[in-house]
Design a protein around this ligand. Structure first.
Ligand code: ATP
Ligand code: MG
Length: 323
């Protein structure tokens, strides 16, 4: 990561649902490692309206668009019982955040044979190259330096074909100047990628995928590490970064004080890492990993009986955060 800037302003957007419970928790972790002085934001969760509201657009979707947060970066790591061991799952899913089927251009037409629904799937060279670049950049900072491109170009040869070709072209771009020459490129057809994800997750390092495949793959990967309450993400663009736990607003547990705050806390760390504050990020991640490893304090999603605030306290042992 690049050198840290001196002052940093972070907007906190708890929104609703358990977002209101997990973001204050992550705030404490942030305050423990830096003095707040918005270069970045931390987002909780929003529930979609239960009834159809005309003209409603999700605020998170609007924020991603407005701030051009074109990459959703989701690291999925299993914490081994013994810190000396290698994690059995240690991957980063880099999901394109702006196009594919999410352009939401759907139409329904009446035909002689009944209704017909169509959706537009947009893949551009520009968006595929920039997400590819993000994936190569992330791979460069990891020991294995491997990027796996996910696609279905055997069927969707034009759209997925363009995605695949554009990502493959990144290391050869003149402006890249050979920077990614040491990064190994693999590729997988999406269905076989899911199969292998469950059978041999260790084969993956950095996964780069169009929007919809990335969404599905990262939720599947979250299942491998035990709980949605553990998996962080950042929405990143070239100018702004927004941390956001992968989970939603979890209305079934809202207000009970049992939301697992670790995904939000890890999202705070990931956001710091993205801004170049590696030391602060390491301190938060180490504290979180220690709490998971010990297993003494755990919320019900992990089989424990602890409350959100007890998990927060456990992550704040003086050695870990304040040293
Ligand atoms: P949304 O519509 O906002 O996405 P959702 O109903 O899909 O909400 P999720 O937040 O995606 O709910 O959660 C799916 C399941 O995982 C729920 O049963 C929820 O209780 C559980 N869950 C999600 N996040 C957490 C968390 N941080 N701690 C504990 N359980 C969680
Ligand atoms: Mg959800």
């Amino acid at each position: 990561a690049t050198a840290a800037r001196k002052s940093l302003k972070i907007g906190l957007i708890p929104a609703d649902g358990i977002g209101k419970e997990v973001i204050p928790a992550a705030r404490e972790a942030l305050e423990a490692v830096l003095r707040e002085d918005c270069d970045a934001a931390l987002f909780g969760s929003v529930s979609s309206p239960s009834r159809k509201v005309t003209g409603y657009t999700s605020p998170i979707v609007a924020l991603r668009k407005e701030l051009d947060l074109y990459a959703n970066i989701r690291p999925v790591i299993a914490v081994p019982a013994n810190p000396a061991e290698k994690p059995s799952v240690d991957m980063v899913v880099v999901r394109e955040n702006t196009e594919c089927l999410y352009v939401k251009q759907e139409v329904i037409i009446n035909t002689e044979n009944g209704r017909e629904a169509r959706a537009t799937r947009l893949i551009t060279e520009r968006a595929s190259k920039r997400i590819g670049k993000m994936a190569f950049e992330i791979a460069l900072g990891r020991p294995r330096k491997q990027v796996t491109i996910i696609h279905k170009s055997n069927v969707l040869s034009i759209t997925d074909g363009l995605f695949r070709e554009s990502v493959r072209a990144v290391p050869k771009l003149p402006e890249v100047n050979g920077r990614y020459d040491g990064v190994k490129i693999e590729e997988q057809i999406v269905d076989s990628a899911v199969y292998r994800l469950f059978r041999e997750p260790q084969i993956y390092d950095v996964i780069v995928a169009p929007n919809l495949y990335g969404d599905i793959l990262s939720d599947a990967a979250a299942a491998l590490v035990g709980s949605l309450g553990l998996v962080p993400s950042v929405n990143a663009g070239d100018k702004f970064v927004m941390g956001e736990p992968v989970h939603g607003s979890a209305p079934d547990i809202e207000g009970k004080g049992i939301a697992n705050p670790l995904a939000a806390i890890r999202s705070a760390a990931l956001m710091l890492r993205h801004l170049g504050y590696d030391k602060g990020a390491d301190r938060i991640d180490n504290a979180v990993n220690e709490v998971i490893r010990e297993g003494r304090v755990a919320t019900p999603d992990l089989g424990g009986k602890s409350h959100t605030n007890e998990v927060v306290e456990a992550t704040q042992s003086p050695e870990d955060l304040r040293s």
